[in-house]
Design a protein around this ligand. Structure first.
Ligand code: WT7
Length: 631
């Protein structure tokens, strides 16, 4: 099977082979990479344990595939174009040769600071080239990176550092976002009070703001670089050695540290990058995500670089200095593939069309979306005004846990259908299940989305908690990976993801669990109990609505609402703030004490005429009180 799928027939053939002979199929795809030693066995798996191993016995280093192997043919090609927050600041272009040198040099900085294979490195950096360099430098020496999105709070950072027992923290003095400056080092200092595992913090100068450097712990990035050379041989890794940990919210409890391993992740992200985006040698590919999320890991860094692509990294936000920034950057670099989130599209479509039309977007060949279902209106706006009706749109469904794109059209090769992710990629075997776990056959159909066969980039475990991995993903349905999403399948077999079926809410494309936010709210002295639900929001997709019971005598006013949101921002991050907060006398509960979220969701969405049966509630009278005072 060819690595690059160019026609619908080739897609069908690849898909067939990937189902009928998965091992032969993936072995052939894996031949396209540089291995220090080939595998002894392509796949070993058991979803009941659960255990998945790809390319066992193989040895490699992913950075040799992302960097070294391109040096001869693409040494002077631009690997990364970095566009700063401020359009007047100089951009940075790093060739493959330069990136290779800088990664090697920073890898030596890590080694020089005692970091060895298997050690965990926490990276808390803005979207600067050094973030990509740091990620690759870890991979170079076999250290495990744990990138924490720089919008997260000190409490969130501390809990992630503690969970992974990170030895070193990489951060910066501050970060620029639009017209704001955020003091990252101050936030990190707060976190580091609680993280004894951290021996060293290396601080990048980005904003030039004042910072306090703790003697013996804190070191300047630029000073550390001066101590080492740029020659660093790549560590030999087992295919199943850990490459990174990335945290994602669960519906309950603390964030889950999803573990991805070297071999399968490399093969799958490169293969899907190539085929979904139909990347060609001189293309300029831009994914607007942050490297703090899986999208950035797989489709800014590893996938594109493994394919020798030019990948754009953007430090800023879509609306700074104005709402035309994305389009200005597309024009500036003649971007050919543009990949963003529906929430960004919905936000930008609210501005006058002149903002778009004054830019030349004719370079665009492919458009992509990720992170949440895209609505019809946003899809058509994107198609018409950004793609001029000529650029195929790939609606890519996947998850932090899946490592790479699972269901999507291949740009211009397989059919597209507005609001449908469409067809599974080769190797992906989706099934729709009813509540009892029976497959819903035929089409059209609707059900819970599960995957019944392993693919190379599936997360192998939750760091330090394999039982939770099993409970969360492999216990709902025997022998299947459960995604937590609902989906429908049309008569052609195209999938449309309808949204979460658990207590995870996708806000602006970010995965938020309700329980962790409720736990934070409940910490407030005035609060007895709380329940959070999502409600439709025309830009964010969903926004959060909190129902909160206060202690007797406490006045539920706007000052308290702000205090509660500040507490959420401090403990989780501003993305988890609630748009609406309603103080309620009590919460609707079943006789077994479970909050009836279905009713709360309906009230939040203003769907009052169809509340369903409330007679089984312990306290049905509360429903009318809640409706009467809804905000
Ligand atoms: C959840 C995973 C994958 C990287 C970004 C999010 C939702 C993701 C789509 C899509 C409809 C989507 C799902 C999924 N989702 N892509 N194209 N259409 N929904 O990663 O934070 O792990 O969230 O995002 O609900 O389960 P994540």
């Amino acid at each position: 099977m060819a690595f690059k799928i160019k026609t619908l027939t080739e897609y069908r053939d690849s898909y067939q082979k990937s189902i009928q002979q998965p091992e032969a199929f993936w072995a052939e795809i894996a031949e396209n990479f540089q291995w220090k030693k080939k595998w002894d066995k392509v796949l070993e798996w058991d979803f009941t344990k659960p255990e998945v191993k790809w390319f066992q016995g193989a040895k490699l280093n992913i950075t040799e595939n992302c960097l070294d192997r391109h040096l001869e043919t693409r040494g002077d090609k631009t690997a990364i174009i970095w566009e700063p927050n401020d359009p007047n600041e100089a951009a940075v272009h790093l060739t493959y040769k330069q990136l290779h040198e800088q990664v090697s040099q920073f890898a030596n900085v890590l080694k020089n600071n005692g970091v060895a294979k298997g050690d965990r490195v926490c990276i808390y950096l803005p979207m600067v080239p050094e973030l990509a360099i740091a990620v690759l430098a870890c991979a170079r020496i076999g250290a495990v990176h744990s990138v924490v999105f720089a919008g997260f709070s000190s409490v969130a950072l501390a809990s992630r550092i503690k969970d992974a027992q990170c030895k070193i923290l990489l951060t910066s003095d501050g970060s620029f976002r639009g017209n704001k400056t955020i003091e990252l080092k101050t936030i990190a200092d707060e976190a580091l009070k609680e993280t004894p595992s951290i021996e060293t913090a290396i601080i990048l100068k980005r904003t030039g703001g004042a910072v306090t450097m703790q003697d013996g712990r804190d070191k300047w990035w630029h000073e550390e670089l001066e101590k080492v050379d740029n020659n660093c041989p790549a560590e030999e890794m087992d295919a199943e050695d850990m490459l990174f940990i990335l945290y994602t919210s669960g519906s309950t409890g603390k964030p889950k540290g999803m573990v991805h391993t070297c071999g399968g992740y490399m093969v799958y992200t490169a293969y899907t990058f190539q085929n979904v985006f139909q990347y060609e040698e001189d293309d300029i590919y831009w994914c607007t995500a942050d490297i703090g999320w899986i999208t950035g890991h797989s489709y800014i860094v590893y996938g594109p670089l493994a394919q020798g692509a030019t990948t754009v990294m953007f430090e800023g936000i879509p609306t700074y200095p104005d709402a035309g920034r994305f389009w200005e950057v597309v024009e500036k670099y003649k971007v050919t593939q543009f990949y963003t989130a529906p929430t960004a599209i919905r936000a930008l479509e609210k501005f006058p069309l002149e903002v778009v039309e004054k830019h030349d977007l004719s370079s665009i060949k492919v458009l992509g979306t990720v992170g949440e279902p895209i609505n019809e209106e946003a899809w058509h706006w994107y198609d018409k005004h950004i793609g001029h009706g000529k650029a195929p749109i790939v609606d890519t469904w996947w998850q932090t846990e899946t490592g790479g794109i699972m269901i999507s059209s291949l740009a211009g090769v397989t059919p597209q259908k507005p609001t449908f992710a469409t067809l599974p990629l080769p190797g992906i075997q989706p099934v729709l299940l009813d509540d009892e776990g029976a497959p819903v056959t035929g089409s059209p159909a609707q059900g819970k989305l599960a995957i019944q066969f392993p693919w190379p980039s599936i997360a192998r475990t939750i760091y330090g908690d394999h039982q939770r991995y099993k409970d969360t993903y492999f216990s709902a349905f025997t022998n299947k990976y459960f995604t937590g999403d609902g989906a429908l399948r049309d008569e052609k077999g195209f999938y449309r993801i309808t949204g979460r079926v658990d207590d995870v809410i996708i806000v602006s494309g970010h995965n938020l669990g309700t329980a962790p936010i409720e736990n934070v709210i409940n910490q407030h002295d005035a609060v007895v109990e709380s329940a959070i639900v999502g409600f439709p929001h025309d830009i964010k997709g969903n926004a959060l609505y909190a129902y909160i019971i206060l202690h007797e005598g406490v006045d539920g006013n706007d000052a308290l609402r702000k205090e509660i949101n500040d507490l959420i921002a401090k403990n989780i991050g501003p993305i988890a703030k609630c748009d609406k907060i309603q103080f309620v006398p009590s919460l609707p509960k079943t006789r077994s004490g479970k909050i009836m979220r279905r009713i709360l969701r309906k009230v939040a969405a203003d769907e009052l005429d169809n509340l369903g049966d409330i007679s089984t509630l312990l306290n049905p009278e509360v429903v009318s009180a809640i409706i009467k005072h809804r905000v």
